[in-house]
Design a protein around this ligand. Structure first.
Ligand code: GFB
Length: 318
């Protein structure tokens, strides 16, 4: 990907990851980035995807288009998460092969790993145990995408790489309280509670489960690094290597936002997987690292909360 005039298709350019990838590509001087609005191209429709690739002939593809959501959205829409993701990725991966795409990046997720994995999670634990039930369909679709990239590499000698990011956050996230992930939900809840002088904020679950958070701009940086320096069939985890409990996350967001009321844990809501801290040794060995210490991870998270809140306020998200 050294040619700044190479034709690059970013699938999912309006999403959290896709928009960060477009920002990153532009900042690096790539001039020929192509995108399509959902209203113009529904990636679930095979013939339309095929026609798009035949017409545009992209040289590189970033596959960040997906049906995504937090724990509640996954639980309530299992069929939707399965159908959309399987069809989007199948169509884009197959057309990329048919139209000789030089390299494709497939975005996975840390939820592909078994629920009770040893921690930190190494890439080799894939398919070594049962999945977390709250996002089983999403995970199975993503695992199919990984296996499809590997099968195409093996049989057709394509250059398709797959990366597994930890929980992401940042500008362009979904801040809808019903369908979002925990980071945007809590940022919004604490900000609005402060603004509206509320007494408390409700956090779902026990707060005792752990999650690891990476700013989406860091993810985009890591993905570009891998597109430039990594070729191989092995999946690669992308994370900070440091996690914290949902309770700790809630208290950090509360502090950064400046909310002075109480936090209430609603234990009628699901916790999801107990822990999914990624082992980032493979990524570090290739040459990219987010943090060198827990302190650095904590500082980055605080800064990320401030920056994301500023972005929300600037863009009137809530
Ligand atoms: O981010 P989240 O929705 O998804 O929830 P997962 C993480 C944890 O935060 C759970 C708790 O224990 C939630 O109960 N939580 C607390 C909240 N308050 C809230 C809130 O207001 N909203 C939300 N959404 N959660 C997702 C998967 O799992 O992870 C996806 O469902 C994807 O498929 C993504 O893989 C990365 O981290 O549990």
């Amino acid at each position: 990907m050294n040619d700044r005039n190479a034709k690059i298709y970013v699938a999912g350019h309006n999403g959290l990851v896709g928009s960060a990838l477009v920002r990153k590509l532009k900042s690096l001087g790539y001039k020929n980035i192509i995108t399509r609005q959902f209203s113009k191209l529904d990636l679930r429709i095979q013939s339309d995807v095929e026609q798009f690739f035949a017409q545009e002939k992209p040289e590189y593809v970033f596959l960040a288009a997906a049906k995504v959501g937090g724990i509640k959205a996954n639980l309530e829409n299992p069929a939707h998460f399965m159908y959309d993701n399987l069809s989007i990725q199948t169509n884009v991966i197959h057309s990329s092969y048919k139209h000789d795409v030089k390299k494709l990046f497939f975005l996975g997720s840390s939820c592909i790993y078994p629920r009770n994995c040893p921690q930190p999670i190494k890439e080799k634990y894939l398919l070594s145990g049962n999945l977390e039930k709250t996002n089983e369909q999403y995970a199975i679709a993503k695992i199919a995408g990984i296996k499809m990239c590997q099968a195409y590499n093996q049989q057709y000698k394509t250059n398709f790489i797959s990366c597994m990011p930890t929980n992401l956050y940042g500008p362009g996230d979904n801040f809808d309280l019903e369908t979002s992930h925990v980071f945007p939900a809590l940022l919004r809840k604490f900000y609005e509670a402060k603004r509206d002088k509320k007494k408390d904020v409700v956090v779902w679950g026990t707060g005792k489960v752990y999650r690891e958070f990476l700013h989406v701009d860091e993810l985009a940086d890591a993905v570009m690094f891998l597109m430039q320096h990594y070729k191989g069939n092995e999946i690669v985890n992308i994370g900070t290597g440091y996690d914290l409990t949902i309770s700790d996350l809630a208290y950090v967001i509360k502090e950064v936002v400046g909310f002075e009321g109480e936090i209430i844990f609603d234990t009628s809501k699901p916790d999801g997987t107990p822990r999914k801290k990624l082992c980032v040794d493979r990524l570090s060995a290739i040459g990219w690292k987010s943090c060198n210490s827990e302190k650095e991870a904590q500082q980055k998270l605080k800064k990320g909360i401030k920056d994301t809140l500023n972005w929300c306020l600037k863009n009137s998200v809530f």
